[in-house]
Design a protein around this ligand. Sequence first.
Ligand SMILES: Cc1cc2nc3c(=O)[nH]c(=O)nc-3n(C[C@H](O)[C@H](O)[C@H](O)COP(=O)(O)OP(=O)(O)OC[C@H]3O[C@@H](n4cnc5c(N)ncnc54)[C@H](O)[C@@H]3O)c2cc1C
Length: 424
Amino acid sequence: MKKKKLISHDTSTNLKKPHLVILGGGFGGIHTYKALPAWVKKNHVITIIDKHNHFLFTPLLPEVAGASLDYHSIVEPIRDLLDKDTYFIQSTVVSVDTRKQIIELSDKEISYDILVSALGSKTHYFGIPGAEKNSYILKTLDDAVNLRNHCVDLFEAASKLESSEERKKLLSFIIVGAGPTGVELTGELADLFFGTFRNQYPLIPQEDIKLMVINSGSDVLSMFDESLRSYAADSLVKDSIILKNNTRVAEVTVNGVVTSDNEIYNSETVIWTAGVTANSLPCTCGMFEVNRGRILIEKNLLAKGIDNVFVIGDLSLFPSQDGRGLPPTAQVAKQQGIHVAGNISRMLRGQNLKPFVYKEKGLLASIGSYNAIAEIHGFKFKGIFAWFMWRTIYLFNFASWKKRFKIMFDWTLNLFSGRDTTRL
Ligand SMILES: Cc1cc2nc3c(=O)[nH]c(=O)nc-3n(C[C@H](O)[C@H](O)[C@H](O)COP(=O)(O)OP(=O)(O)OC[C@H]3O[C@@H](n4cnc5c(N)ncnc54)[C@H](O)[C@@H]3O)c2cc1C
């Protein structure tokens, strides 16, 4: 096998500066970088590595899939978020050797002195036969665009059919999972199908379109208070939207899903939103301790037993009291990123590292048709006010003003005209 070139960056002008490497330009990685004090940035060579060249604002992926936002609106080039003297490498991380302090990328190797790993998670199929092969997912920008295009294609194809039976076959959609992604996507698709598409395809009767949500739990959005959960479920079930609680998918086929009760639901489109699992980060010298795919970390966010590698966000398993770790959310990854930046400067000053304490800022979920639920510091909100809060909070969490204005523009335009359903 051809040996990969080793890049250390300790050459020429950066001679002798230690090398701080951040794996992943998502919520954890970018917030670590942004929170690093100027003196740390000045005295280190800093490199960010990601397989994509953009930061993705995942909470708005359902809006891209539902065509209410242009896909450019929810991404930022990572290079635009970095100072001029920070390196960015677009490449896939293959493994880490924590003993030699070398990261293996798909095309080269790179050495580090301090490492922050924030490689996130991927869709979890729980070993359900056919799920990976036969489902659409919503994890990356490509997934959202792919799903949006698929919906446009199906409506175009259905508009050419004479038979209602055949139209129904094409226009039956199943969403597996009723967590925030499943519910927000259902709301978005419902607005697209029963709003914009109803105007664009007047010859397709509403009864020919069906959207079914299959949920293994007894309630949607299980992390919310009971009153908000039932409000969300009641608001969701309208038009031709069906919610099946306490139903487990046992198999996904090209024709739809089979449940554990042997019910068969036919569909051309199964969208799997039922769970995530950490992106694996193999350690060639076997030093990461892993539980259910997540790397075990200490309270100070260092990988267990390794004193110069921090692991944060969806990839890490924080030692919480119940042993289940922290939820895989952007809020956790962002707060951990900011905390790691503080701990890196403490480490460099020879001070003790501080334990991370997660502060839940609140829960928000949109359910379509200008409707949302929110639970913030014990206060509960629902309806159009919660929806307005949801939009405002997400908008101000976005990285740059340029994109905030773009999103505001898209949303304002949508109030006066239909969604842009051009096939991309
Ligand atoms: C549709 C959707 C909606 C969501 N909504 C919310 C919400 O409303 N609120 C909330 O708090 N959370 C939400 N989340 C969860 C949130 O996106 C994640 O918890 C958060 O992104 C985790 O941050 P992270 O830094 O660990 O990983 P990420 O933000 O996913 O970043 C990981 C980065 O690593 C890169 N990467 C992965 N593997 C490799 C590799 N091998 N080599 C190189 N680069 C790699 C990826 O390209 C990515 O940029 C949502 C997630 C999805 C999918």
